[in-house]
Design a protein around this ligand. Structure first.
Ligand code: NAD
Length: 471
């Protein structure tokens, strides 16, 4: 049994003022694997005070000094990818074949951000006017449980590049991963108070960060509901906010698509991170004329997506993070059936032999209409809705008929046409022919999927304020 009792404040591991202790459960078998002492408001205030002190000098660092810090952070996190992966598998049930590249992507985010920083002018001038881009102040970084290390790295990288000091509140469900990550940060030996980490409840530590006048900026990744609370409560102290929220991403298969390739890709996109991914393509829009062929291709491709032990490299879908999340996915599957959708594969309950953990059956619904609850709400589990369309315009209309706008996918043989369709989708990212990533490209959402963007120069700019000096 592991125990976590300390937070990281002002360059040191310090005992918790908070007294609440929670269990961390391995979602693959329901066993308690760790006890974690949570931070309280006082711990949060100490962390904010440390970040505020450190900001006085860190705000004055040069681009080169910040670039050096980013390279150092990359070095220390890259050295522990294996340990971070093991923690993500054990604590969260992340399948190793997803967890490893996602943590590697977290480490790489420091280098990608350093590259972005080098190309970002922090001063602009014309006539007798000079504009400098100043770090916004102490920033609070709040993350969810589904890809803890990636979000922590990406947010920290942008903040450091901008010259901000930070207080980080990771999800309390990611405590073991956070501990490994903290060892990396300590190892980096960067200025005390530059980063401070307090793991605690959202309505306790998170709320203090949102309320505290010494925090200038909140960079949040999580649910739409909490995002709205942060925006509303942060208004009292005029917080700058970046909100990365949920999604219900459409994946449009154009009628010239090669199904043998596009369907396995579509399932991979839908079941990404066991379906617990904001970017997952959970609405598959297919031409009505090809529905029968699509159904056959899905059934044929399913054996490539085995559910089971997340540590096994063959496994594509692991358990849900908690029993609550398991129940949430089950309730949506029941709702889909009740609303008249047809289960093509999967359905209610545990997969046979996997009753001990929070495993669900990867499920594909057909006969789904876009107004059904399962097509409108984010399920955050391996559940795919197949929706038919008549024409290209119809497909675009259905794709945009959602309150979300985080990500979208378009697949087809005629790339010009795919581009034309992509340009009409209201989403922060649209990937053509596959699940693609570019750490210089902005990530974030239209509509209820959030406010602002992360990654590359876009991510750094979110931590900067322009100041114009006129002579
Ligand atoms: P959540 O919103 O419940 O919690 C996210 C974080 O916010 C946690 O650290 C939590 O403790 C904290 N929090 C909760 N209440 C708070 C409050 N009142 N004030 C401040 N902080 C508070 O989300 P979750 O269940 O941990 O994660 C799943 C959600 O995250 C899904 O909706 C998913 O779509 C979203 N998500 C979005 C992205 C993205 O980049 N757009 C990425 C991953 C996950």
């Amino acid at each position: 049994m592991k125990t976590v009792t300390k937070h990281y404040i002002d360059g040191e591991f310090v005992g918790s003022h908070g007294r609440e202790v929670i269990d961390i459960v391995n979602p693959s078998n329901g066993k308690v694997i760790a006890r974690v002492t949570l931070a309280d408001e006082e711990d949060a205030r100490r962390a904010i005070a440390a970040a505020k002190r450190a900001f006085v000098s860190f705000r004055q660092t040069t681009k080169e000094e910040r670039a050096n810090a980013l390279r150092r952070l990359h070095e220390v996190v890259a050295a522990r990818v294996d340990d971070l992966t093991a923690a993500m598998v054990e604590e969260y049930g992340g399948v190793v074949r997803f967890a490893e590249p996602i943590i590697q992507a977290g480490a790489n985010a420091f280098l990608a951000t350093e590259k972005a920083l080098q190309g970002l002018p922090l001063t602009r001038s014309w006539n007798k006017t000079t504009v400098t881009y100043e770090p916004v102040g102490v920033a609070a970084l709040i993350t969810p449980w589904n890809a803890n290390a990636l979000f922590l790295c990406a947010k920290l990288a942008s903040a450091v590049a901008a010259g901000c000091t930070v207080v980080i509140k990771p999800s309390e469900l990611s405590s073991l991963q956070t501990q490994v990550w903290l060892d990396c940060l300590h190892e980096a030996r960067l200025p005390h108070g530059l980063y401070n980490v307090v793991t605690g409840r959202g309505d306790v530590v998170g709320a203090e960060l949102v309320r505290n006048p010494d925090v200038a900026k909140i960079s949040f990744t999580g649910s739409v509901g909490v995002g709205k609370t942060i925006m509303r409560d942060g208004a009292a102290t005029m917080k700058r906010v970046t909100l990365e929220l949920g999604g219900k991403s459409p994946n449009i298969l154009l009628d010239d698509v090669v199904l043998e390739k596009a369907i396995p890709t579509a399932l991979g996109i839908a079941f990404l991170n066991s379906g617990q991914a904001c970017a997952a393509g959970t609405r598959l829009l297919v031409p009505k004329s090809r529905l029968d062929a699509v159904k056959r291709a899905i059934v044929d491709a399913m054996p490539a997506f085995p559910v089971g032990d997340p540590a096994d490299r063959r496994t594509a879908v692991g358990p849900m993070v908690t029993e609550k999340q398991y129940e949430r996915v089950q309730s949506y599957i029941r709702k889909g059936i009740a609303e008249g959708a047809e289960v093509l594969v999967g359905g209610e309950g545990h997969p046979p032999g996997l009753e001990a953990g929070y495993f669900v059956k990867p499920t594909v619904f057909v006969n789904v209409t876009n107004n059904m609850t399962i097509a409108q709400e984010e399920i955050f589990g391996p559940v795919l809705c197949v929706i038919t369309y008549e024409t290209e315009e119809d497909a675009i209309r259905i794709a945009n008929d959602t309150s979300f706008g985080l990500h979208a996918f378009v697949s087809g043989t005629d790339v010009q046409r795919a581009r034309r369709v992509a340009s009409q989708i209201l989403a922060g990212r649209v990937a053509i022919n596959g699940m693609l990533d570019d750490q210089q490209a902005p990530f974030g959402g239209f509509k209820h999927s959030g406010v602002g963007r992360e990654f590359g120069t876009f991510g750094i700019e979110a931590f900067l304020e322009p100041r114009a000096i006129l002579e």
